[in-house]
Design a protein around this ligand. Structure first.
Ligand SMILES: C[S@@+](CC[C@H](N)C(=O)[O-])C[C@H]1O[C@@H](n2cnc3c(N)ncnc32)[C@H](O)[C@@H]1O
Length: 189
């Protein structure tokens, strides 16, 4: 097993929103190793992301063309396995926020024209940070089947209002691992 696989997050959203930043910050914290943000084309986004990791203007497919890479794509045919990390230089996650119904944006924006191997993390659409959490667990030797994931979570605001997040979050000790700061953010909205 390779000791140091680099986490690459390919930034593919137009804006660096507060929600996206919460997920990016959590992803970096979970991974702990080297993290690179690719496709960071403007100065404002670069300034926002520099405190979190390395920045590259070009896409991962170009920057890491000579490296051994895997792209995480929900539409991949094969599941991610611990053995995939043997000699793996780079694991690539899409910096894409989810919609209620997955729209295949990872394939369209990241993997379709790539020569890299593709892997999925199960049938449920995970958030960026949940995908990084599950990836880290597989990197540490867990099988995907052993990782419990929510189908959705409900954030209760008061006796009448709530927000459904239709995404997978890992469950640890019977509690979903929700992006730190996300509940506060949603309460303010
Ligand atoms: C919120 S998802 C965006 C997915 C997007 N809705 C789509 O249709 O492709 C953010 C990123 O996490 C990773 N991801 C999320 N769920 C995944 C899964 N089940 N299998 C593989 N990768 C996943 C992918 O890299 C994806 O680009």
């Amino acid at each position: 097993m390779k000791k140091h696989t680099t986490l690459v997050i390919e930034h593919l959203e137009q804006a660096l929103s507060e929600w996206l930043m919460l997920e990016y910050r959590h992803s970096v914290k979970i991974w702990k190793g080297e993290t690179v943000f690719t496709n960071v084309v403007d100065k404002k986004t670069a300034d926002g992301l520099k405190p979190l990791g390395k920045i590259e203007k070009q896409k991962a497919n170009t920057v890491f063309s000579e490296k051994n890479c895997i792209i995480l794509d929900p539409q991949a045919k094969k599941p991610l396995k611990p053995a995939d990390f043997a000699n793996l230089d780079v694991i690539i996650v899409g910096g894409i926020l989810g919609y209620e119904k997955p729209q295949g944006r990872t394939k369209e924006l990241l993997s379709e024209k790539s020569k890299f191997e593709l892997r999925h993390l199960g049938k449920i659409q995970l958030t960026i940070d949940s995908a990084v959490f599950v990836t880290k667990a597989v990197f540490l030797g867990l099988d995907l089947r052993d990782i419990e994931i929510t189908k959705e979570i409900e954030i209760i605001h008061d006796s009448v209002h709530s927000t459904i997040l239709p995404f997978g979050y890992p469950i640890i000790d019977d509690k979903p691992v929700i992006t730190p700061g996300l509940v506060d953010y949603l309460q303010r909205k």
